[in-house]
Design a protein around this ligand. Structure first.
Ligand code: ADQ
Length: 489
């Protein structure tokens, strides 16, 4: 018994996330083109799909005219088992850029941004909240169109925290799982949120609520006690006539995708090219979305301190920082982008020469094979997040260092720091300490590197994304079975 699939005929999994895993475009002939994306969640669920049919529900990503919606819905369903949620661009902006990414995201990462932004917009303005609520209602309606009794529903992330309660109101016996990919903050930070009760009550209608780490679960439980006055045990929370189970499910990556890529001649060729390019130098690597939670300025300043304090690394160490532009419509991200460019310019100006740029800054996405080649040649990978739900870059680097035994410098504020005990743990706010860690990582002995790498590798290859998805879904299914037995008794 693998814990999935099972006895109830017709039982499916409805996966609900903000975006569908497919990019939708209308071509010149007026036909729809779909491009499936190979995101983390897609590969995590691949294993589940073999044993458990599923339907994916998510926002289409851009406005679709009313007259096109029916045909798009039909084709997406037929070709990809995807069910689109349609939002106007206006609503989507307030919901996604506004409430999701400018209210919940900063707060959940312990960054309470100023109440008024520089364009005079108020942070918790009710229009953002109304758009969030409206979007969650749209999701509920789309799910109702496809729901069949016996289906399990798995809601993903902070975009959809009201959805469990909206579904529970419509279908009393429904089984709902909710997983939060971000941290859940301490109650002293969470209580800032003006609509803190409604958001909590939204999630508490789920049967199973999952977090990456023990700390996030603990914060959630204490918020339920302190803010809603509910009784909570480590197992979960009693809410109305229903028990919301709380569980810890640390996500991982798909190791085979990396193993396969590392074996490709084209990737190996690319790695040799990079090695030749950086011959005689140590390579430190950063791979981040350009988000203020990733601590990119902290990393740059620590590298600057390293070059100042340890001049022996001048001309002998390079920091390759990949920074994918992200959420560029949100003001805070624009600020970060210009700040980061300025820092890179300053450091390169100060320590560079005609032949040497200490920082190679790549402000765009790189393709998967180039990324793997880079991971494989880097002597050190630096993750300096000031908060991060998990951080999969740290896992990906480990996977690509089987032979080289590179050192992972990892912020203690990333969820992955709880499990990756072979990393050099740092507080990214302590720039001197981070600079020292970079120096230690660059100077580590082969034996030390090998021991650390073995530990890391073992963890990353066993705690995979597929394992995460299967654990969550099988626990959800068990809860559904227990409930059904209780009802039938
Ligand atoms: P993210 O904040 O996006 O995810 P992370 O977990 O590090 O952070 O995943 C990033 C992914 O994007 C990685 O697979 C990485 O390879 C890829 N990526 C990053 N930069 C890239 C680039 N320049 N080019 C190509 N690919 C790039 C959120 C939470 C995390 C949590 C995950 C999963 O913020 O904390 O780990 O969800 O739950």
């Amino acid at each position: 018994e693998n814990g999935l699939g099972g006895s109830t005929p017709g039982r499916r999994l409805l996966v609900v996330s903000n975006r569908l895993p497919v990019t939708i475009n209308k071509n010149n002939d007026g036909q729809w083109d779909f491009k499936m994306s190979a995101g983390g969640l897609v590969s995590a669920l691949a294993g589940v799909k073999n044993e458990f049919p599923f339907v994916w529900v998510g926002w289409s990503g851009s406005e679709v005219p009313d007259e096109d919606q029916d045909s798009l819905r039909t084709e997406l369903r037929a070709q990809h088992e995807c069910v689109p949620v349609f939002l106007s661009d206006f609503d989507a902006h307030l919901y996604y850029n506004g409430f999701c990414n400018d209210v919940l995201w900063p707060l959940f990462h312990y960054v309470p941004l100023p109440i008024v932004s520089s364009d005079g917009e108020r942070k918790f303005d009710v229009k953002y909240w109304e758009a969030y609520s409206k979007a969650n209602h749209r999701f509920a309606e789309a799910i109702m169109q496809v729901y069949e009794p016996g289906d399990l529903i798995w809601v993903q992330d902070y975009h959809l925290m009201l959805l469990p309660s909206l579904l529970r109101k419509r279908i009393r016996d429904v089984t709902i799982g909710f997983f939060l990919h971000t941290p859940f903050p301490s109650s002293e930070v969470y209580r800032i949120l003006p609509m803190r009760n409604k958001v909590l009550q939204g999630v508490l209608a789920a049967d199973l609520i999952g977090f990456h780490t023990y700390d996030y679960a603990r914060h959630f439980l204490s918020v339920c006690t302190r803010i809603l006055g509910l009784e909570a045990s480590p197992k979960g929370v009693d809410y109305k006539d229903h028990f919301a189970h709380v569980g810890i499910f640390p996500i991982g990556i798909d190791p085979t995708a990396f193993i396969r890529a590392l074996d490709l001649p084209s990737v190996q060729e690319r790695a040799s090219e990079l090695q030749a390019k950086f011959a005689g130098k140590k390579v430190l690597l950063g791979v981040d979305r350009l988000d203020y939670i990733k601590g990119v300025p902290h990393k740059l300043m620590a590298f600057e301190t390293l070059l100042a304090r340890h001049p022996e690394w001048n001309e002998r160490a390079v920091l390759v920082q990949i920074a994918v532009p992200s959420r560029t419509e949100v003001e805070e991200y624009k600020k970060l982008s210009s700040q980061t460019h300025e820092l890179v310019g300053r450091i390169n100006g100060k320590f560079g020469s005609v032949d040497y740029s200490p920082i190679v800054f790549i402000n765009q996405s790189v393709n998967f094979h180039d990324l793997v080649a880079l991971y494989s040649v880097a002597d050190v990978c630096v993750v300096s997040s000031i908060r991060d739900g998990m951080n999969l870059v740290s896992y990906e680097y480990v996977m690509c260092q089987r032979e080289r035994h590179g050192v992972l410098v990892l912020s203690e504020f990333a969820g992955s720091a709880q499990s990756l005990s072979g990393a050099l743990r740092v507080n990214p706010w302590n720039i001197e300490e981070l600079a020292t860690a970079l120096h230690d990582a660059l100077s580590a002995s082969p034996r030390e590197r090998q021991l650390k790498q073995q530990k890391l590798y073992r963890y990353v290859t066993t705690h995979t994304a597929a394992f995460w998805a299967q654990s969550f879904v099988s626990e959800l299914r068990e809860l559904a079975n227990l409930e059904r037995e209780a009802r039938d008794a």
